[in-house]
Design a protein around this ligand. Structure first.
Ligand code: FAD
Length: 278
């Protein structure tokens, strides 16, 4: 069972609890991006099991009529076992989702996986048009070039600052520099993309910047935030903008929860309060 301390960030252990959370979000005009927690498998069994669960999940989403997409991690679908394994599993999930009209996001993991992830995304996007999306990380030095490459590829692009800690030869570590990159990437996308821009940030400054770019260029975008983070802002923004909440579920919640509590002092304080209050 997920302890109360992690409940704020994770929508239970089963697809049913996750979809119930999505139903409540939809009632407040927020859509959902559902992620089954799992990463870095070094055996094929858990890869096949998660891929099968995603295929069932897209059916459940389509049958329920909920406003929801899914998001998968490359190392969850076998990237650590080889690019061919990842491509084969991803293709089955994306084909099943396309059949049921459910959108598939591909999360971006650490910098050693960027090429394989972008290549797999591009192959899926060329096969299925606009039903897939990829995430790019503003902290990586290469991302400006990747974002230019993606201008000619169908599908959506989610812009994030980057949750991993890459070495300095491939990434910026200074937060002001990462913010500057984030703004530059957004500006390029709003100017050159036909839409399909996902602003994956809780940062009020980045959200304001995206709104201003939208007013200037008229390009469509969506705001994406995580479950448990600035939820009041998500509901407020949903009155005017397209807002999607990333909703993780499943019993492998520990490493995800650890990332959330260590990336921000407020989250850490929240976790400590939950522990101290029993
Ligand atoms: P930060 O730079 O962390 O904070 C800037 C400001 O935002 C803060 O000063 C504060 O005003 C506000 N803020 C931030 N967090 C909080 C909070 N908890 N409470 C209140 N205010 C807050 N990373 C990847 O590497 N790969 C992915 O595939 C990926 N997918 C993501 C999907 C979504 C939908 C989101 C929202 C993030 C994703 N990330 C991913 C994580 C991302 O890279 C960042 O690590 C994370 O979002 C923190 O950066 P930030 O832009 O939200 O704000």
């Amino acid at each position: 069972m997920i302890p109360p301390i992690a409940n704020r960030f994770v929508a239970g252990e089963s697809p049913a609890t996750a979809l119930e959370h999505v139903r409540q979000l939809n009632e407040r005009d927020v859509s959902a991006i559902v992620n089954l927690l799992g990463e870095h498998y070094d055996e094929h069994d858990p890869v096949a099991a998660d891929a099968a669960e995603y295929r069932r999940l897209v059916s459940d989403i389509a049958n329920s009529g909920l406003e929801a997409a899914i998001s998968v991690k490359p190392s969850q679908l076998g990237l650590d076992l080889g690019e061919d394994v990842f491509r084969a599993e991803l293709t089955e999930v994306v084909d099943a989702a396309a059949d049921r009209g459910v959108f598939v996001w591909i999360d971006m993991e650490d910098h050693t996986t960027t090429d394989a992830t972008l290549d797999a995304f591009e192959a899926m996007a060329r096969r299925h048009g606009s039903g897939v999306g990829i995430c790019v990380q503003a902290n990586l030095r290469r991302t400006r070039a990747d974002v230019r490459r993606l201008a000619d590829v169908p599908g959506k692009v989610r812009f994030v600052k980057g949750a991993y800690d890459p070495p300095s030869d491939v990434a910026y570590s200074d937060s002001d520099r990462i913010d500057e990159e984030y703004r530059k990437l957004l500006e390029y996308a709003f100017e050159h993309y036909d839409g399909g821009i996902g602003v994956g940030s809780h940062d009020p400054a980045m959200i304001e910047f995206a709104k201003a770019l939208h007013d200037w260029y008229g390009t469509d975008f969506e705001i994406q935030m995580l479950m448990g983070v600035r939820e009041d802002a998500q509901y407020e923004l949903a009155a005017e903008y397209d807002v999607w909440q990333y909703v993780p579920y499943g019993d492998r919640w520990k490493s995800y929860f650890y990332r959330r509590v260590t990336e921000r002092t407020d989250n850490l304080k929240f976790a400590l309060r939950a522990v101290l209050s029993g």
